[in-house]
Write a protein that binds this ligand. Structure first.
Ligand code: NAD
Ligand code: ZN
Length: 379
């Protein structure tokens, strides 16, 4: 089968690899028809992780079930499914509590929790930027779709990650009807957080970024765009909220935004959130901050060691949620909103391309070139 294989930093090629197949009775084999490039792939693509050459990415996957193992009960050949990026067993201590983002079985490293397809340090699972994907514990790890699965694949594929992840940011931030919410980052995840805040009934959603094309997408769903290359975003949020600050905020940027040196602490997104959110307000952080970054020995920010203004956070009595999103907690309900025509997350899709064009798409998306917001690959 063909896959988008990692050969080294900023170097992926499309080439033949051994076919994925059923390895255990609880597996299913999926023929991938839609698979996305995600901001999270860039952590590995840019060489900031120890992702092995010869493996391939792809954790936002949708397709058709073409084979099931003898131990698969519910899923049938011919079902169309979207696959949550978290690989989860469904029966460990964490999965039983709904914390499928921290599965203890799918992660082989005993001191860690959490696994994903095509990811550094997230278990041995192959990615879906390929023609076929093996899904373990398939009854648990596939979400079945309706008859419109193929026709609306670009909406449903967002259920694998960014729509539930954006929703999780707003859930951790506690967005309620009438709230004023600020979101840092208008990448695909930030735009999904903005959509989710709107779905949850926020009265005002403010989105901070510096890319005009991405800010325009935020405006297209009714959010207020704040360009931090033109204005101080904290002041802009205070102006929008009668000087009080937003009720809650979401971090949808991650550590990669921060320059190695020279960037002032006040500019860090977490500190800007502390400044933008009101006293006793809540922050949900889904942007990725990893504890150790092999490519950044001298760069504390890129090791996730930020100069977080804990004093002001404490003084304001704020609360914080963080981590990987438990996709399964939300994706059924979000699927049904899509099916009912009440949410169309595909508004973020800028490019729909064959697998062969992935290397070029990675270059453009990594450079955040104008107009390259979300790439959907069609193997
Ligand atoms: P992205 O890199 O395309 O988007 C990030 C956006 O943040 C860009 O538009 C960039 O211009 C903007 N930005 C950079 N610095 C900024 C600043 N100081 N203030 C405001 N905006 C700033 O990536 P994405 O796909 O949207 O993903 C965003 C983050 O979410 C990444 O760290 C990704 O790994 C993470 N993520 C987390 C989960 C999870 O489960 N927690 C899931 C998916 C993605
Ligand atoms: Zn993703």
């Amino acid at each position: 089968m063909k896959a988008v294989v990692y050969e080294g930093p900023r170097d992926v090629v499309v080439k033949d690899v051994p076919d994925a197949g059923i390895e255990r009775p609880t597996d299913a084999l999926i023929r991938i028809t839609t698979t996305n490039i995600c901001g999270s792939d860039l952590h590995m693509y840019e060489g900031r992780t120890d992702f092995e050459t010869g493996r391939w990415f792809g954790h936002e996957n949708l397709g058709e079930v073409i084979e099931v193992g003898a131990g698969v009960d519910k899923l049938k050949v011919g079902d169309w499914v979207v696959v949550p990026f978290n690989v989860a067993c469904g029966h460990c201590k964490n999965c039983e509590r709904g914390l499928t983002n921290y599965c203890l079985t799918a992660q082989p490293e005993p001191a860690w929790a959490g696994a994903a397809y095509g990811f550094a340090d997230m278990g041995p699972w192959a990615g879906g930027q390929a023609e076929l994907l093996r899904v373990p514990w398939a009854d648990f790890n596939c979400l079945r779709l309706g008859e419109d699965a193929e026709e609306r694949a670009n909406d449903y594929v967002m259920l694998a990650d960014i729509f539930p992840t954006g929703y999780h940011a707003t859930e951790m931030a506690g967005v309620k009807p009438g709230d004023q919410t600020v979101i840092y980052g208008a990448g695909p995840v930030g735009l999904m957080a903005a959509l989710s805040a709107t779905i949850r009934g926020a009265s005002k959603v403010m989105v901070v970024d510096r890319h005009p094309d991405r800010l325009a997408l935020a405006e297209s769903i009714g959010a207020i765009a704040i360009d931090d290359s033109a204005v101080d975003p904290v002041e802009a949020v205070l102006e929008q909220t009668m000087g009080l600050g937003a009720d809650n905020g979401c971090e949808c940027v991650g550590y990669q935004a921060h320059e190695p040196d020279g960037e002032e602490e006040a500019n860090l997104t977490m500190n800007r959130l502390v400044g933008s959110v009101r006293f006793t307000g809540t922050i949900g952080c889904v942007g990725v901050f990893v504890p150790q970054d092999p490519g950044a020995a001298d760069d504390l920010a890129k090791q996730g060691k930020l100069a977080f203004d804990f004093g002001m956070f404490w003084f304001k009595g704020q609360k914080l949620g963080s981590g990987q999103a438990p996709v399964k907690r939300y994706n059924r309900q979000l699927r049904d909103l899509i099916a009912a025509g009440k949410a169309s997350p595909s508004f973020v899709v800028s490019h729909e391309l064959p697998l062969d064009e992935a290397p070029d798409a990675y270059r453009h998306f990594d450079a955040r070139d104008d107009g390259w917001t979300k790439v959907v690959l069609k193997p």
